[in-house]
Design a protein around this ligand. Sequence first.
Ligand code: ADP
Length: 198
Amino acid sequence: MSKIIGITGGIASGKSTVAEQIRQAGYQVIDADQVVHELQKKGGSLYQALILAFGTEILAADGELDRPKLAQLIFSSKENQEKSAKLQDRIIREELAGRRDALAAKEPIFFMDIPLLLELDYQDWFDEIWLVYVDEDKQLERLMKRNHYSLDEAAKRLAAQMPLQNKKKFAQVIIDNNGSPKETLQQLGLQLKHLADG
Ligand code: ADP
């Protein structure tokens, strides 16, 4: 049986940075955001399901999904929002489960980076959950810088997620990313060593 570790955090808490470091240490990491992106591309299963549900009006001239249009349609009614959430959740879960099972057949230890792991109840999939944690003021600051958001925009994004402080109790390992990248790498190195030592 493989050991499967779920990585989570919040927006701009440093998940991608940590996931990259884990890859560099030689482990496979399934990136849920990347998978969703692939499924939403022209011809992907989410792309097709969304057209079936909402019609071709959600497409741009080049045939790809028109994200602003789709967002507008989804958020225009509660019914559309629920329909979309349900549809997307089912397809994404199936795809992630398929990729998990494929890796489980060949990797003794691997990771899955799922930003909304706790909000969407993926806990059962994992032997351990590693949380990439930062204090809220630092999270805001990094989010504003990375996405060029105003304080208001950044605060709105944070408010839409479960606060990182509340996620701590679900995690077996907390990687504190308040310090420098080097300090984070040191903590990660220790955790990866524990893992390798069994
Ligand atoms: P997430 O994947 O959780 O959204 P990222 O890994 O993209 O977060 O990190 C958010 C931003 O903060 C990025 O611009 C990244 O370069 C920066 N960052 C991440 N960790 C640190 C750190 N320890 N010190 C300074 N900046 C950091």
